[in-house]
Design a binder for this molecule. Structure first.
Ligand code: SAH
Length: 293
């Protein structure tokens, strides 16, 4: 175990150095696609977790190994339980909403619904991995209270928009903006089969075709803004549409990306911190996306 641990420590150090130098590395890419939140689920001081506290990449890799070694999951509840054990879900609120919205309704037919991985959904887009959905819900949960307004940019399959709608409830608003019309249509038909169907019918939840970089001014300001695609920088329109006291979660960067948590303070000033390293598809023009970036 010590030998394995030291080999991985070396690998981690070299990956970190590469990262500083911003040299592309395929291994980083594949790890990032499987990115997990920083807070480990396991509190036991195993050699893995001890090393993990020194090495972000090692932690990610080993928690994935632990996760995968527990066998395949074939129910939405099972997935939620795994995400709880794994530390991606930390609150009952997020567990409840992820149990209520069945991921299987949102992944393309034939895709394994309960695998903790992003899945292609066509048009050079992906549904985010369940642990990333959980991470974003955890980061935003205080801003998704009943009656609040949520904006989901790059809503893709509509999975998170549906979760937001359930959380803000019948007196709130959850708005999805997606620039691929076919994805908007399929997200609406998935939502209609889900536990958020009545909220769609009542207009609490809506999904629109549009350029998400411009936000959705009609229902601004928003308590919570989620961006499901990586922006080179935080779009000014989204900052403008964030309510004082509100929070935006947005991946920022090109190859290497950070999940930024942007808080608009009550006086209108902005505080930003990074939650974790991630790998999302770009927030871009429809043409660039359809050409494969
Ligand atoms: N949260 C979604 C993520 C989908 S992937 C899910 O898990 O299903 C990111 C999405 O952002 C894609 O559907 C892509 O089409 C969309 N997107 C990229 N750039 C965009 C833009 N400028 N405006 C709106 N949507 C955009």
């Amino acid at each position: 175990m010590a030998a394995v641990a030291s080999r991985f420590a070396g690998l981690c150090a070299s990956l970190k150095n590469r990262r500083r130098e911003r040299t592309p590395a395929v291994f980083i890419h594949s790890l990032s696609l499987c990115s997990s939140p920083l807070s480990p689920a396991s509190s036991s001081a195993s050699p893995y977790t001890k090393l993990a506290s020194h090495c972000h990449f090692f932690h990610r890799f080993t928690t994935r190994m632990e996760f995968w070694s527990q066998g395949s999951i074939d129910t939405n509840e099972g997935l939620v339980e795994q995400l709880k054990q794994y530390g991606a879900i930390q609150s009952n609120k997020v567990a409840e909403v992820m149990k209520t919205i069945n991921r299987a309704l949102f992944v393309p037919e034939g895709s394994p619904a309960y695998v903790d991985s992003p899945m292609p959904i066509g048009y050079n887009a992906t549904i985010s991995a369940p642990h990333m959905h959980a991470t974003c819900l955890e980061l935003l949960k205080e801003h998704l209270q009943p009656g609040m307004r949520a904006l989901d940019i790059g809503s893709g399959t509509g999975y998170l928009t549906a979760c937001f709608a359930l959380m803000v409830g019948p007196h709130g608003h959850a708005v999805g903006v997606e620039h691929i019309p076919e994805l908007v249509a399929s997200s609406i038909s998935s939502i209609k089969k889900s536990a958020a169907a009545s909220l769609l019918e009542d207009g609490v939840l809506s999904v629109h075709v549009g350029d998400g970089r411009l936000g959705w001014p009609e229902l601004a300001p928003y308590d919570a803004i989620h961006v499901g695609a990586a922006a080179p920088e935080i779009p000014p329109a989204l900052l403008e549409q964030l309510k004082p006291g509100g929070r935006m979660v947005i991946p920022v960067g090109s190859y290497f990306q950070d999940l930024k948590v942007v808080d608009k303070n009550p006086d209108g000033s902005i505080s930003v911190h990074s939650a974790t390293s991630v790998r999302y598809v770009p927030l871009t023009s429809r043409g660039t996306q359809l050409q494969g970036y």
